[in-house]
Ligand binder design. Sequence first.
Ligand code: NDP
Length: 292
Amino acid sequence: MALIDGNQVAETIIAELKAHVASLKGRKPCLALVRVGDDPASVSYVRKKEKTAAEIGVESRVILPPVTISQGELEILIEGLNGDPTVDGILVQSPLPKPLNELAIFRRVSPDKDVDGFHTVNLGKLAQDDDSGFVSCTPAGIMELLARSKVDLAGKHVVVVGRSLIVGKPVALLALQKRAGANGTVTVCHSGTRDLPAITRQADVLIAAIGRPEFVTGDMVKPGAVVIDVGINRVTDPSRKTGYRLTGDVHFPSVEPKASLITPVPGGVGPMTVAMLMRNTVKAHALAHANR
Ligand code: NDP
């Protein structure tokens, strides 16, 4: 077994982006980060994105509407950012507190500034293998991790557990694309899948995006499989100062001995998500310049 070090790969990408941004003339890329309310995980994700942006030389603008903001008010705020020529990328941190309609907000973001890749236009472009749009950050990060770990999906059975808009569906589409590094045979599983272990045991590459701590156990994995653990779950741990620890969707102790390659949690897919957000922001900035 070997570990896929997401921190190291993300650092390499961040260094590449930093050099690129330093070479840009004129206004630097700008990312608007919208966080509604004070959900602790969202607070820490937005802080991390802000910090990474600063490291690269990307300007970030953090906007913190109160948890009481209405759908209409939030849509007006997004429209303002859409029309602001000094903003290249817009990220609305999910999950949005209830009763806000997250999908409607994702669709409000201009497709040209949709660095999260959740707009209908960008998901459509992904389904059409059209590179001109934005691919959502976690799926793009998974593909980049696989590519930089020299895992070629061509002809392999890729099993994705989870079909969310944010991870499962887009990563399945990416793995399926008829292009170098992809071209996998893809199976997508979900909570209605019958005999899940029989399917996961067929996976040459298993991608777990379930949101259930340590759900995938060693008996569900084929020897030699590549295992990508997308899960980030907070589980109570009184021995920690914070009172919790982070764990993935994969039971690392039983899966690690069987896998040929595996991502840890933390330090696997998570850092890649932030790196891909920065890459998308730099792309949005380049597109804005090209359209001037
Ligand atoms: P969602 O809750 O939106 O989706 C979970 C998916 O898992 C659903 O498709 C659901 O099926 C499926 N599922 C749930 N229970 C089972 C089960 N018993 N058997 C099979 N399938 C099941 O989660 P997300 O996709 O947003 O996130 C998944 C995980 O990834 C979470 O831990 C999240 O924190 C993490 N994450 C990590 C990121 C990173 O940067 N590393 C970024 C985004 C998410 P159904 O559709 O039928 O309900």
